[in-house]
Design a protein around this ligand. Structure first.
Ligand code: KG4
Ligand code: ZN
Length: 346
């Protein structure tokens, strides 16, 4: 049995996990910083990196005690080293390198977005999705499509040109005066609203494009709520109009339906282009009930992670790291953290 300790600190969750043989999650501990950032309705990088420093050691200790093992029992250390916020990434990467060096165990740098896709295999020892697959990662930082030929051969084939879909959920929630993160709240409200109540745009970009754009949809919601501003008017400065609970639910349902329509159409295009045999979905938005219901009607199998593994966690990195380890793809102790801007997917 191979036991891998995973560390995650790419954005605003500090996480550690112990995974056996790439599949069996022995422990998965996540310290969310959502409350710290809720006041700002988004992640503040400086606050995030400081919180990672405070949270990392207790989270690591808990992951070992819940797995009922000692550090010496670990076979390798995995860390999500790209992409993410540089200050946040550095905390996890430095901790992982220190552990690998002091324990004299292999270090495995894992791509956080690829790990989101791998999360469908966690706690599923028998699952073997047929490849090639189309991967969809929909989260607060990413909306991207991938061609998955193997777990070590994951190629980007489309991505958002502006806001990520989870980011659009969070911003629309802020426009509607709802809490943060907005995705789960809008998902819940959408259930009781009328998806046809508000006519919102569905940006498809070019005819064969696999890229996404969600900023026009977000702005359409803003204008629907606040009115289209006159030239030079700052609508954000005026007090928000009073919306009834029914108005909010209808806007949530219409927004969610526009997001899902776009994702479903792009997925269909990607399946055709790749000749995919299944779809693999990951990232925070993969928890969305509306998206799960829409993809349940797809002609090919769609795999989703268990709810606890949709948002950021370290088990997904420890899992994917096992595949890298068995292929001999370990990292050197000179492993560098790579941010959004430096990151060139390929
Ligand atoms: O994967 P994740 O934890 O972090 C990133 O790597 O970005 O995703 C967090 C995002 C947030 O934007 C949150 O609003 C969204 O996932 N989210 C959802 C749902 N649950 C979380 N969006 C839509 N529906 C949900 N049920
Ligand atoms: Zn993520």
């Amino acid at each position: 049995m191979t036991l891998i300790l995973g560390i995650e600190s790419t954005c605003d969750e500090t996480a550690a996990a112990v995974v056996a043989d790439g599949r069996v999650v022995r422990s998965s501990v996540v310290a969310s910083q959502a409350e710290l950032h809720a006041h700002y309705r988004g992640v503040v990088p400086e606050i995030a990196s400081r919180a990672h420093i405070e949270n990392l050691l207790p989270v690591l200790e808990q992951s070992l005690s819940r797995a009922d093992i000692k550090l010496a029992d670990i076979d390798a250390i995995a860390v999500a080293y790209r992409p993410g916020l540089i200050g946040s990434l550095l905390i996890g990467v430095t901790a992982a390198k220190t552990l690998a060096w002091t324990l004299d165990k292999p270090l495995l740098g894992v791509d956080h977005v690829h790990a989101h896709l791998y999360s469908v295999l966690l706690d599923q020892p028998e699952l073997d999705p047929p490849l090639p697959a189309v991967g969809l990662v929909a989260s607060g930082g990413h909306t991207a499509l991938y061609q998955i030929d193997s777990w070590l051969d994951v190629r980007l084939i489309g991505s958002t040109i502006d806001d990520a879909v989870g980011e659009a959920y969070d911003k629309v929630a802020a426009i509607l005066g709802l809490g943060y993160p907005g995705g789960p709240i809008i998902d819940r409200l959408a259930h009781s609203g009328d998806a046809g109540a508000v006519d919102l745009p569905r940006s498809m970009l070019g005819r064969n494009s696999l890229d996404f754009s969600f900023s026009g949809l977000k702005t359409a919601v803003l204008y629907h709520v606040r009115g289209v501003p006159a030239r030079g008017e700052n609508i954000k400065a005026s007090p928000p109009p009073t919306l009834t609970d029914a108005d909010v639910a209808n806007i949530a349902a219409s927004f969610q339906s526009a997001c899902i329509d776009v994702i479903v159409k792009k997925l269909r295009r990607a399946i055709d282009q790749v000749g995919a045999r299944c779809v693999i979905v990951g990232g925070g938005v993969s928890a969305n009930r509306g998206l799960r219901a829409a993809l349940a009607r797809f002609p090919i199998a769609c795999y989703f992670p268990e709810l606890g593994y949709c948002t950021d966690n370290a088990a997904m990195s420890a899992g994917l790291a096992a595949v890298q380890l068995s292929a001999g793809k370990t990292s050197s102790l000179a492993l560098d953290a790579i941010t959004f801007s430096q990151f060139r997917p390929g």
